[in-house]
Design a protein around this ligand. Structure first.
Ligand code: DAH
Length: 357
């Protein structure tokens, strides 16, 4: 028994890792280990012998077990020490002297758009990117059978089998924020909501996630004339030109009546876009007078209030202003691209300080 004890305590002391420790445990005190075999021999002993050997074997087993536990804890401590040593980091080192990060064009344009509309009295509203199909569709006068649902290439969230509630969707546009903000503040209201939206689509001008900015103004006597002025002011400020021609083209959206798509006069001479001159037209947004059903869905009485709404692609107007040819590059996280198209972190866009300088 002394030999057994000496043998295993030495092995335990020498074990280099948890796997070899486990091998030793099985060989010594496992079900078929040496100590168990010895226990079986107790049956062949005389009662006198057994009275001595029994407790001694139990004591041996306990001693080996506690040696194993102690060694296991010691190995874990050593492993932690080793990790702390290797993962150590000198946080007092100086930062890199070369400026690496830049503001992404989408963040920049979002700030520019926000600065322009803030000047006109619009505040910023936000809504969830995962929304119910009621906010994304029904409340916007797009009922279940409406073809606009299919056109939107909607991403539907998974529901557990047997759960028959309508699924949540990744919002396909920022228009649901119109409803949420009407619910939150009632009328009158004047808001924009910039943010990410999702559609299952992918090519040079489409990515599954992109950005829109929604606008909504509701009051007693707001008309298409107000919409036209606000958009003209916006386009002039955004493209940093003195004058622009806007063209309102009759269109259809379920959530506005009447509806208009808005084009700006431009030229593509020499392959570069110039806004405000030339004979081409460029579509930049959808808009219209908020449909009475949409006001109702937002809890606002359409007999008392009216207003306009518009929706515009942020990535699209960023591509146009800053000459980015492929939308997909916005989402590649390529540092060289970011250094080329990015903006200095401290140049916050304001109307008085300059939007993009
Ligand atoms: N939600 C539309 C879209 O995603 C854009 C839009 C059009 C928004 C007209 C509006 C609007 O608020 O009045 O394509």
């Amino acid at each position: 028994m002394d030999d057994l004890k000496a043998k295993y305590l030495t092995q335990i002391a020498d074990a280099a890792d948890e796997t070899s420790l486990e091998d030793i445990r099985i060989a010594a005190v496992g079900k078929k280990g040496e100590v168990a075999l010895k226990m079986r021999e107790l049956g062949k002993m005389t009662p006198e012998e057994r009275q001595v050997a029994g407790p001694a074997l139990n004591a041996l087993k306990d001693e080996i077990n506690s040696a194993l536990a102690a060694k296991k804890a010691a190995l874990a401590d050593a492993a932690l020490d080793e990790r702390l040593r290797s993962e150590w980091l000198d946080v007092t080192l100086p930062t890199r002297t070369q400026r690496r990060g830049t503001i992404h064009p989408i963040s920049q344009v979002t700030e520019e758009v926000t600065a322009i509309f803030a000047e006109m009295g619009f505040s910023v509203a936000e809504g969830p990117r995962i929304d119910t199909d009621w906010y994304n569709f029904d409340a916007l006068n797009i009922p279940g059978h409406h073809p606009a649902r299919a056109e939107m290439d909607t991403f539907y969230m998974h529901r557990a089998p047997g759960d028959n509630r309508p699924p949540h969707v990744l919002r396909t546009h920022t228009s649901p924020v119109q409803i949420r903000s009407m619910e939150a503040t009632g009328a009158p209201t004047r808001i924009i909501c910039p943010g990410g939206v999702y559609r299952a689509d992918y090519d040079q001008t489409h990515t599954p996630m992109f950005h829109q900015v929604e606008g909504l103004a509701i009051d007693k006597d707001i008309s298409m004339a107000n919409l036209k002025w606000v958009l003209e002011e916006f386009v002039k400020s955004y493209f940093e030109v003195d004058g622009v021609d806007l063209r309102f083209r009759a269109s259809h959206f379920p959530f506005t009546e009447p509806s208009a798509e808005v084009d700006i006069r431009c030229s593509w001479e020499g392959g570069t876009l110039k806004v405000g001159e030339g004979d081409d037209w460029l579509e930049i947004l959808g808009s219209g007078m908020v449909h009475p059903k949409v006001l109702e869905a937002g809890g606002i009485d359409p007999n008392e209030w009216q207003g306009f709404a518009f929706g515009m692609g942020i990535d699209r107007i960023a591509m146009l202003k800053y000459g980015v040819p492929d939308l997909r590059a916005f989402f590649d996280s390529d540092l060289r691209w970011l250094r080329h198209y990015g903006f200095a972190a401290l140049d916050v866009p304001t109307l008085h300080g300059g939007l993009s300088r």
